[in-house]
Write a protein that binds this ligand. Structure first.
Ligand code: FES
Length: 106
């Protein structure tokens, strides 16, 4: 188990345990984290699981694939550190990861 922290647009911080092998989106849904809708269920086909990766974690999390980038075009208020949380796999290396959720989803 590793820990992931979600910060919502109002500044509320929620830290939860995540299973290695699951995704940042699945962890959010399982823990009732507000601000992540995940309408497509993780198929990289909706952009409603959009998060901002904390600057300190950007390198470890890595860049989106071209397919994810295309889908991110549909996201709300997309920034250079935007990712789709269903495409971020939880691993031991991501223990302590911090992401924030946008004001709203697309
Ligand atoms: S859940 Fe739909 S793109 Fe991530």
């Amino acid at each position: 188990m590793v820990q992931i922290t979600y910060i919502d647009s109002g500044g509320t911080v929620r830290t939860v345990k995540a299973e290695v092998g699951s995704t940042v989106m699945e962890t959010a849904i399982k823990n009732d984290i507000p601000g992540i809708e995940a309408e497509c269920g993780g198929a990289c086909a909706c952009a409603t699981c959009h998060v901002y990766v904390d600057e300190a974690w950007r390198e470890k999390v890595g860049a989106p694939t071209p397919m994810e980038e295309d889908m991110l075009d549909f996201g709300f208020d997309v920034r250079p550190n935007s990712r789709l949380s269903c495409q971020i796999k939880v691993s031991d290396e991501l223990d302590g990861l911090v992401v924030s959720t946008p004001e709203r989803q697309a």
